[in-house]
Design a protein around this ligand. Structure first.
Ligand code: ATP
Ligand code: MG
Length: 327
């Protein structure tokens, strides 16, 4: 008899700008990679961000949050655009993303930074340094100085005016982020570095607080030199995770079939690995991305001499071809 197929529900939140273009590609890649590994997906698509504002008047409709919470994982495109830039704060598209993160209770943000040998020319680093960069920043997302209390202004003992903020973490908050980091490292090279001061190590997995995590993951992404390639995952205690490319909605190239879909495709791979523990399917996607690059296909953001310039759709088709050609 056929082995029972594993079945997962995934909420797709395409969002704004290039979001719909890259999510559409990632959905197809997820489906195909899943079908090779005995996995099937039930997809539902919901509005968020500017698209939701235009449709419903709010950046995160109740139905969208409810669908996201009920599903096994959430795949998000990008949010925001010029059109809504002058909106009041609570009517900004980006508010929808903050509400979604809070609603899902995602407390750990996983940001890999990998320099693929195929794209080493795109890195801001010297080749010798960029070579082999492959690290993961595990950033605490719900605590720390962003939410610090007490904060405010006052006077010190000398009567001088001061400003202050407080970094507070409970033992349980540190416990849960550390657990995530160790689990992540176990799937990687088994090394964790806790960042609280300058260390000189061979990094593999870095676990850190909210603010250092923000800085480090942005810096790490600069190393790789290609924002269109970088995925992320945000993990909750027991509910669905949130998976999204680190880039924004890139309104300058939206609707032109120019976006690099690989960051979102790689986010789909993270969804399989960290959301469902489906390592084989995750690997299948990552291998297909590398194979597609090996076959010379590049979108504009990673294009260089001697490679084949393609659009978002075509890049997607080539990744599908690569997924199918794996054993
Ligand atoms: P955020 O919305 O997160 O604040 P941002 O608006 O500063 O980010 P992005 O939208 O991420 O910036 O994009 C900055 C520029 O990088 C874009 O204008 C676009 O030219 C380019 N870019 C971003 N993502 C991609 C992609 N997937 N493919 C190609 N180019 C991209
Ligand atoms: Mg933006």
């Amino acid at each position: 008899a056929e082995p029972p197929r594993r079945s997962y529900s995934v909420t797709l939140l395409p969002g704004d700008g290039i979001g719909p273009e890259v999510v559409s590609v990632a959905k197809d890649v997820l489906s195909l990679a899943g079908s090779h590994e005995g996995i099937e997906f039930r997809f539902s698509e919901m509005p968020i961000g500017g698209a939701a504002l235009d449709l419903t008047g709010v950046p995160l409709p109740e139905e969208t949050l409810a669908a996201a919470k009920e599903s096994d994982a959430v795949l998000l495109g990008a949010i925001g655009g010029y059109k809504w830039d002058s909106n009041e704060k609570h009517l900004k598209p980006e508010t929808g993303l903050l509400q979604l993160r809070a609603g899902l209770g995602v407390f750990a943000n996983l940001r890999p930074a990998t320099v693929l040998p195929q794209l080493i020319d795109a890195s801001t680093l010297k080749k010798e340094v960029a070579e082999g960069v492959d690290l993961m920043v595990v950033r605490e997302l719900t605590g720390g100085i962003y939410f610090g209390k007490p904060r405010g202004f006052g006077t010190n003992h000398e009567g001088e005016e001061i400003g202050f903020n407080t970094e507070v973490y409970s033992v349980s908050e540190i416990d849960r982020i550390a657990r995530v980091a160790f689990e992540v490292a176990r799937k990687r090279r088994g090394k964790v570095c806790s960042v609280d001061k300058a260390n000189v190590l061979e990094f593999d997995t870095i676990v850190t607080n909210n603010i250092f995590g923000d800085i480090l993951s942005d810096e790490a992404s600069m190393l790789t030199g290609s924002i269109g390639m970088l995925p992320s995952a945000s993990i909750s205690e027991s509910g669905p995770g949130l998976f999204e490319p680190i880039h924004g909605s890139a309104p300058d190239i939206a609707g032109q079939d120019k976006a690099n879909p690989l960051a979102t495709v790689l986010s789909a791979a993270m969804l399989l690995r960290y959301g469902f523990g489906e390592e084989n399917a995750a690997k299948r996607i990552e291998t297909a991305v590398i194979e597609t690059l090996n076959r010379g296909f590049r979108t504009g953001d990673i294009h260089s001499y001697g490679t084949t310039l393609v659009g978002c759709k075509r890049m997607g088709e080539e990744v599908l071809r690569s997924v199918d050609s794996e054993k």
